[in-house]
Design a protein around this ligand. Structure first.
Ligand code: SF4
Length: 225
Protein backbone atom coordinates (compact mmCIF):
# COMPACT_ATOMS: atom_id res chain seq x y z
CA UNK A 1 0.00 0.00 0.00
CA UNK A 2 1.15 3.53 -0.82
CA UNK A 3 0.56 6.65 1.21
CA UNK A 4 -0.90 9.96 -0.01
CA UNK A 5 2.65 11.37 -0.17
CA UNK A 6 4.01 8.90 -2.70
CA UNK A 7 1.18 8.73 -5.22
CA UNK A 8 2.18 9.33 -8.85
CA UNK A 9 0.08 11.10 -11.54
CA UNK A 10 -2.31 8.68 -13.16
CA UNK A 11 -1.94 10.55 -16.45
CA UNK A 12 1.67 9.32 -16.59
CA UNK A 13 0.48 5.81 -17.50
CA UNK A 14 -0.23 6.85 -21.10
CA UNK A 15 3.23 8.45 -21.37
CA UNK A 16 4.81 5.30 -19.97
CA UNK A 17 2.98 3.06 -22.40
CA UNK A 18 3.95 5.35 -25.29
CA UNK A 19 7.62 5.44 -24.29
CA UNK A 20 9.41 4.87 -20.96
CA UNK A 21 11.95 7.54 -21.81
CA UNK A 22 9.23 10.09 -22.52
CA UNK A 23 7.63 9.31 -19.16
CA UNK A 24 10.99 9.73 -17.39
CA UNK A 25 11.76 13.02 -19.16
CA UNK A 26 8.39 14.41 -18.03
CA UNK A 27 8.00 12.89 -14.58
CA UNK A 28 11.60 12.50 -13.37
CA UNK A 29 13.41 15.29 -15.23
CA UNK A 30 10.35 17.61 -15.29
CA UNK A 31 10.74 18.43 -18.97
CA UNK A 32 7.67 19.21 -21.04
CA UNK A 33 7.24 20.72 -24.43
CA UNK A 34 3.87 21.63 -25.86
CA UNK A 35 3.31 20.87 -29.53
CA UNK A 36 0.16 21.18 -31.62
CA UNK A 37 -1.08 17.76 -30.54
CA UNK A 38 -0.62 18.33 -26.80
CA UNK A 39 -2.06 21.86 -27.10
CA UNK A 40 -5.22 20.52 -28.78
CA UNK A 41 -5.53 17.81 -26.12
CA UNK A 42 -5.13 20.35 -23.31
CA UNK A 43 -7.84 22.63 -24.75
CA UNK A 44 -10.24 19.67 -25.00
CA UNK A 45 -9.55 18.70 -21.37
CA UNK A 46 -10.01 22.29 -20.18
CA UNK A 47 -13.39 22.39 -21.90
CA UNK A 48 -14.38 19.09 -20.27
CA UNK A 49 -13.64 20.59 -16.84
CA UNK A 50 -15.38 23.93 -17.53
CA UNK A 51 -18.98 23.21 -16.65
CA UNK A 52 -20.04 22.55 -13.06
CA UNK A 53 -21.87 19.45 -11.87
CA UNK A 54 -25.08 18.85 -13.85
CA UNK A 55 -28.07 16.89 -12.66
CA UNK A 56 -30.69 15.16 -14.77
CA UNK A 57 -33.32 12.81 -13.32
CA UNK A 58 -31.22 9.65 -13.77
CA UNK A 59 -27.68 11.02 -14.27
CA UNK A 60 -25.48 13.26 -12.12
CA UNK A 61 -22.46 14.49 -14.11
CA UNK A 62 -19.39 15.48 -12.09
CA UNK A 63 -16.46 17.20 -13.84
CA UNK A 64 -12.90 17.37 -12.62
CA UNK A 65 -13.46 14.74 -9.92
CA UNK A 66 -10.22 13.92 -8.07
CA UNK A 67 -9.52 10.21 -7.65
CA UNK A 68 -6.77 8.10 -6.12
CA UNK A 69 -5.73 4.55 -5.42
CA UNK A 70 -3.49 3.73 -2.48
CA UNK A 71 -3.20 0.16 -3.77
CA UNK A 72 -1.77 1.26 -7.13
CA UNK A 73 -0.12 4.47 -5.92
CA UNK A 74 -1.99 6.68 -8.40
CA UNK A 75 -3.81 10.00 -8.20
CA UNK A 76 -5.50 12.09 -10.88
CA UNK A 77 -8.43 14.17 -11.99
CA UNK A 78 -11.18 12.80 -14.19
CA UNK A 79 -12.65 14.72 -17.10
CA UNK A 80 -16.17 13.44 -16.41
CA UNK A 81 -17.75 10.93 -14.08
CA UNK A 82 -21.41 10.23 -14.74
CA UNK A 83 -23.30 8.75 -11.83
CA UNK A 84 -26.11 6.82 -13.48
CA UNK A 85 -29.14 5.66 -11.57
CA UNK A 86 -29.13 1.89 -11.12
CA UNK A 87 -30.55 -0.90 -8.96
CA UNK A 88 -29.19 -2.00 -5.57
CA UNK A 89 -28.33 -5.41 -7.11
CA UNK A 90 -25.82 -3.82 -9.53
CA UNK A 91 -22.28 -4.70 -8.31
CA UNK A 92 -21.28 -1.16 -9.33
CA UNK A 93 -24.05 0.48 -7.27
CA UNK A 94 -23.03 3.14 -4.75
CA UNK A 95 -24.87 5.66 -2.60
CA UNK A 96 -24.42 9.42 -3.13
CA UNK A 97 -24.75 11.54 0.03
CA UNK A 98 -27.91 13.67 -0.09
CA UNK A 99 -29.50 11.69 -2.95
CA UNK A 100 -31.93 8.84 -2.93
CA UNK A 101 -31.38 5.57 -4.71
CA UNK A 102 -28.32 3.84 -6.11
CA UNK A 103 -25.86 5.14 -8.69
CA UNK A 104 -23.28 3.63 -11.01
CA UNK A 105 -20.06 5.68 -11.55
CA UNK A 106 -19.30 5.76 -15.30
CA UNK A 107 -15.91 7.35 -16.21
CA UNK A 108 -15.56 9.38 -19.43
CA UNK A 109 -12.23 10.72 -20.72
CA UNK A 110 -11.90 13.32 -23.50
CA UNK A 111 -9.21 12.84 -26.13
CA UNK A 112 -8.18 14.74 -29.21
CA UNK A 113 -8.05 12.93 -32.56
CA UNK A 114 -9.50 9.51 -33.12
CA UNK A 115 -9.29 6.04 -31.47
CA UNK A 116 -5.74 4.65 -31.54
CA UNK A 117 -4.41 1.19 -32.28
CA UNK A 118 -2.52 1.14 -28.99
CA UNK A 119 -4.26 1.00 -25.60
CA UNK A 120 -2.84 4.34 -24.29
CA UNK A 121 -6.24 5.93 -23.69
CA UNK A 122 -7.94 2.75 -22.45
CA UNK A 123 -5.24 2.27 -19.81
CA UNK A 124 -5.74 5.79 -18.46
CA UNK A 125 -9.52 5.31 -18.31
CA UNK A 126 -9.12 1.90 -16.66
CA UNK A 127 -6.83 3.44 -14.01
CA UNK A 128 -9.58 5.95 -13.23
CA UNK A 129 -12.08 3.09 -12.89
CA UNK A 130 -9.73 1.20 -10.54
CA UNK A 131 -9.44 4.35 -8.41
CA UNK A 132 -13.23 4.71 -8.32
CA UNK A 133 -13.58 1.05 -7.34
CA UNK A 134 -11.21 1.50 -4.43
CA UNK A 135 -12.80 4.77 -3.30
CA UNK A 136 -16.43 3.59 -3.53
CA UNK A 137 -16.06 -0.17 -2.98
CA UNK A 138 -17.90 -0.90 -6.24
CA UNK A 139 -17.18 -2.98 -9.35
CA UNK A 140 -16.97 -0.78 -12.47
CA UNK A 141 -17.06 -2.67 -15.73
CA UNK A 142 -17.54 0.02 -18.41
CA UNK A 143 -16.56 3.58 -19.26
CA UNK A 144 -16.13 5.58 -22.46
CA UNK A 145 -13.61 7.65 -24.41
CA UNK A 146 -14.83 10.73 -26.27
CA UNK A 147 -12.72 11.59 -29.34
CA UNK A 148 -12.64 15.20 -30.55
CA UNK A 149 -12.34 14.24 -34.22
CA UNK A 150 -15.22 11.77 -34.30
CA UNK A 151 -17.24 13.71 -31.71
CA UNK A 152 -18.72 10.58 -30.25
CA UNK A 153 -18.09 8.14 -27.45
CA UNK A 154 -16.29 4.82 -27.77
CA UNK A 155 -17.28 2.35 -25.02
CA UNK A 156 -14.44 0.66 -23.10
CA UNK A 157 -14.84 -2.61 -21.16
CA UNK A 158 -12.57 -2.98 -18.14
CA UNK A 159 -11.80 -6.64 -18.80
CA UNK A 160 -9.19 -8.72 -16.93
CA UNK A 161 -6.49 -8.12 -19.59
CA UNK A 162 -6.88 -4.31 -19.49
CA UNK A 163 -6.94 -4.36 -15.68
CA UNK A 164 -3.77 -6.48 -15.56
CA UNK A 165 -1.97 -4.23 -18.06
CA UNK A 166 -2.95 -1.11 -16.09
CA UNK A 167 -1.82 -2.59 -12.78
CA UNK A 168 1.51 -3.74 -14.26
CA UNK A 169 2.12 -0.26 -15.70
CA UNK A 170 1.41 1.35 -12.33
CA UNK A 171 3.98 -0.97 -10.72
CA UNK A 172 6.50 -0.27 -13.48
CA UNK A 173 5.97 3.48 -13.10
CA UNK A 174 6.83 3.28 -9.39
CA UNK A 175 9.87 1.05 -10.11
CA UNK A 176 11.19 3.61 -12.63
CA UNK A 177 10.43 6.51 -10.30
CA UNK A 178 12.35 4.82 -7.47
CA UNK A 179 15.34 4.23 -9.77
CA UNK A 180 15.36 7.93 -10.87
CA UNK A 181 17.06 6.69 -14.06
CA UNK A 182 15.95 7.95 -17.48
CA UNK A 183 16.07 5.09 -20.01
CA UNK A 184 18.12 5.68 -23.19
CA UNK A 185 16.20 6.54 -26.39
CA UNK A 186 15.06 3.93 -28.87
CA UNK A 187 14.53 5.57 -32.24
CA UNK A 188 11.17 4.45 -33.66
CA UNK A 189 8.54 5.87 -36.06
CA UNK A 190 6.50 7.14 -33.08
CA UNK A 191 9.35 9.58 -32.26
CA UNK A 192 8.02 11.78 -35.12
CA UNK A 193 4.88 12.48 -33.04
CA UNK A 194 6.63 12.81 -29.70
CA UNK A 195 6.36 16.21 -28.02
CA UNK A 196 9.84 15.74 -26.55
CA UNK A 197 11.77 14.63 -29.63
CA UNK A 198 13.74 17.90 -29.80
CA UNK A 199 15.00 17.40 -26.25
CA UNK A 200 15.36 13.63 -26.49
CA UNK A 201 17.22 13.61 -29.84
CA UNK A 202 16.54 9.90 -30.36
CA UNK A 203 18.50 9.69 -33.64
CA UNK A 204 21.68 10.99 -32.03
CA UNK A 205 24.20 8.17 -31.51
CA UNK A 206 25.12 7.60 -27.85
CA UNK A 207 28.66 6.09 -28.14
CA UNK A 208 31.55 8.65 -28.19
CA UNK A 209 33.08 7.32 -31.42
CA UNK A 210 29.70 7.33 -33.15
CA UNK A 211 28.99 10.87 -31.89
CA UNK A 212 32.35 12.05 -33.31
CA UNK A 213 31.49 10.44 -36.66
CA UNK A 214 27.99 12.02 -36.57
CA UNK A 215 29.39 15.51 -35.90
CA UNK A 216 32.11 15.12 -38.51
CA UNK A 217 29.56 14.02 -41.16
CA UNK A 218 27.22 16.87 -40.17
CA UNK A 219 30.06 19.41 -40.50
CA UNK A 220 31.03 18.01 -43.91
CA UNK A 221 27.44 18.13 -45.14
CA UNK A 222 27.00 21.67 -43.82
CA UNK A 223 24.24 20.73 -41.30
CA UNK A 224 26.29 22.26 -38.45
CA UNK A 225 27.52 25.81 -38.95
S1 SF4 B 1 11.62 10.97 -29.14
FE1 SF4 B 1 11.23 8.77 -29.20
S2 SF4 B 1 12.67 7.86 -27.73
FE2 SF4 B 1 12.57 10.04 -27.31
S3 SF4 B 1 11.06 10.26 -25.71
FE3 SF4 B 1 10.02 10.57 -27.64
S4 SF4 B 1 9.22 8.56 -28.24
FE4 SF4 B 1 10.75 8.24 -26.63
Amino acid sequence: MFTEENLLPLSGLQHLLFCERQWALIHIEQQWEENRLTEEGRVLHDRAHEAATETRPDVVTARGLRVRSLRLGLAGQMDVCEFRRTTPEDTGAIKIPGRDGHWYPFPVEYKRGRPKKEAWDEVQLCAQALCLEEMFGARITFGALFYGEKRRRTPVAFDPALRAQTEWLAEQMHRLFESRATPPPVYEPKCANCSLSARCMPALPRKPAAVARYVSNALRSGEVA
